[in-house]
Design a protein around this ligand. Sequence first.
Ligand SMILES: Nc1nc2c(ncn2[C@@H]2O[C@H](COP(=O)(O)OP(=O)(O)OP(=O)(O)O)[C@@H](O)[C@H]2O)c(=O)[nH]1
Ligand SMILES: [Mg+2]
Length: 436
Amino acid sequence: MTNQTDDQIFKKPSLDNEENLDWAKQAYEKLKRQQEEKKKEEELLNNKISPVISTNSSSSENLEINSLEEISSSVDQIDDSNSSSVKNLSPKSLDEPILGDFDDTFTWSAKVLEAQGKKLESISLEEINWLSRLQQGLEKARKGFVTDLLEKFGDDPLTPETLEELETLLLRSDAGVDATDQIINALRTRLNEEVLDSKEGLRFLKEQLCQIVEKPINSTGKDELAPQRNVLNIWLIVGVNGVGKTTTLGKLANLALTSGFSTLIAAADTFRAAAVEQVKVWGKRSGVPVISNNTPNADPASIVFDAIGAAKSKNFELLLVDTAGRLQNKNNLMEELTKIRKIIDRLAPDANVESLLVLDATQGQNGLSQAMAFSKSADLTGVVITKLDGSSRGGVAFAVASQTQLPIRFIGAGEGIRDLRPFKSFEFVEALLANK
Ligand SMILES: Nc1nc2c(ncn2[C@@H]2O[C@H](COP(=O)(O)OP(=O)(O)OP(=O)(O)O)[C@@H](O)[C@H]2O)c(=O)[nH]1
Ligand SMILES: [Mg+2]
């Protein structure tokens, strides 16, 4: 079967139509018009209602819920404002994406969206902006990989020697032995069958990389992880200290709220004094209420208990639970997670529970042993990879997928509230191997 036929049958997205810039140009014009219209609207609105804005922001102070006694009254108050002011409180205006120049990064981002079947009518600045940042964030990883790779591939057909070089590059980018073996074997088989030029070699490599990260995702039957509407979803955010759990939770809260899910946060990391404050700051930034207990070393399971009670009584759709990354020792940490898990299973047996392990890309392969340790006590269902910006070890995504068989659900590439998006294999592989 020829490759063309493969593509036709599976309709795989591809960035092949390099010359065609029409779609990107139209997309740019559309976003530019949108941005201008929005600016005008905002100016009009500001002139009309500027005094009201400060009143709204002061109400955000009331969104904190610090004790069980306060829950019923505070949640009542939040519920009242949920449809209007909570949405107004979301920090959209704080770091609204801005349309940059019509440059290589824009055209690359537009092409990635077009290749995935995105329609011009539904294209958004948010998506373009994220892809641009992802591609820029992965620059370090790309430099150590693609630049060398393209040099090794050269313009000539691929040889067994090029494969050896590729093997070294993959291992060096932390793709892990399993994923690397799989890719090299597939390429070797292809090479035995036919001559592969560098362009086709790169296309085939991208396809293989996509397959590795897609396998665990496909086996869950859910392309993307999103809360189910009108029922309780509980997402437990776990991982060792400093990997980015709380930041991820804050970004997820914002993503969920802007997607229209009523969201609540449980600040169940009581080990570090500053942890609860940090969660509250994220709660405020995204306009999501936080259930917490300010008593030092309060029992995390009891906070989760309170939060589930509040979520159920007020019909919240998503409860995000921040957990500790460090306790007196590792056993304590695992015991605590098991306890939290038990409370959830007992109190909310019908909830959709996700247990997301946060892994720091800069830690490379070390993250894998963490994954194994956590999977026992936290019953992991997925992975979030953070700090892909500035990490030269973006290849770790392939090691995670092939060795843990856990689906990667979100990726983070920056400290900002918008720097987290659902994981899409095509986008990730294209960003990692972008030829620039
Ligand atoms: N560059 C970059 N920094 C990040 C990213 N995610 C988190 N960080 C930073 O990493 C540091 C630790 O993040 P936290 O969210 O506090 O990590 P944590 O896992 O909650 O840490 P503990 O609560 O101590 O276990 C902070 O300085 C974050 O701003 C990311 O995607 N990119
Ligand atoms: Mg934290």
